[in-house]
Write a protein that binds this ligand. Structure first.
Ligand code: 9D3
Length: 241
């Protein structure tokens, strides 16, 4: 059982997400307990403020430690080896998310995901309350909520004992060596004049394996040569000039 708490100024964004598809199934089956908390519940002033203007000037607002640190400490405990949850802050400055990171987070301890908003968060929040910063990639979003959902979806499908958790998860774990999938088909055999490749309907499983391997290689070389780099060059596969 993995516990995940989320700290956000938009807890309602998580409603449908937590109640749909595999995430909902994992919760129903007791593999995960996930709850979103409103940061404003820890605000002290009349306007329930969570942000303020940046020291040194600049655009936008910065999240203040005043409600965030008490919120983090209420949900995860004071920073240190004894705290009850690992505090992960989603920020554009974080380490890039990888399948390996998801696998490491899926085995516990409990997680508190802190979703930033505005132009950024006060460095003292990171120093005093956060264990780790994660980014989901080099593009600009408006806050950490969607990245937190990405993290949760990636983690939950790795949890053991969720019925309907596919066999394929065991075989995907050789992260660096993975290639892109080649083309896939289902019925009908001809759609708007486009046919399913004959080999896939031949029943010749060795030929099908070869075809899939070759297509995966070709597509990976075309779109993601960095993945082949990481896997190490495979001299058994002919490379066109
Ligand atoms: C102009 C400088 N920007 C930093 C790159 C400011 C800024 C942009 C976006 C500050 C905060 C945000 C909000 N983004 C996130 O909180 C975020 C995020 C993202 O934007 N991309 C990828 N991963 C993540 S995780 C959190």
């Amino acid at each position: 059982m993995l516990r995940i708490d989320i700290l956000t100024i938009f807890p309602e964004l998580f409603g449908v997400f937590l109640e749909t598809a595999f995430v909902a199934l994992a919760r129903k089956q007791g593999a995960a307990t996930i709850a979103a908390h409103n940061l404003r519940d820890w605000a002290q002033d009349r306007h329930r403020s969570v942000d303020d203007t940046p020291y040194g000037g600049g655009p936008g607002m910065v999240m203040t430690p005043e409600p965030l640190i008490p919120a983090i400490e209420a949900l995860a405990g004071v920073k240190g080896p004894e705290r009850k949850a690992r505090v992960v802050c989603l920020t554009p400055q974080g380490e890039p998310l990888t399948q390996g990171k998801l696998a490491a987070l899926a085995v516990g301890p409990p997680l508190l995901l802190v979703c930033g908003r505005y132009e950024g968060i006060d460095q003292r929040i990171l120093d005093l309350g956060v264990d780790e910063e994660i980014s989901i990639g080099d593009y600009v979003l408006s806050g950490g909520e969607v990245p937190a959902m990405v993290l949760i979806e990636g983690i939950v499908r790795l949890l053991p004992g969720v019925l309907g958790n596919p066999e394929s998860i065991r075989t995907e774990s050789f992260q660096g060596g993975a290639l892109l999938e080649g083309p896939q088909y289902t019925r009908p055999p001809i759609y708007r004049g486009l046919s399913v490749p004959k080999v896939l309907r031949s029943g010749d499983h060795a030929a099908i394996d070869d075809w899939r391997r070759q297509n995966a290689q070709d597509r990976t070389r075309e779109r993601r040569p960095d993945l082949l780099e990481r896997a190490g060059s495979d001299s058994s596969v002919d490379q066109p000039e």
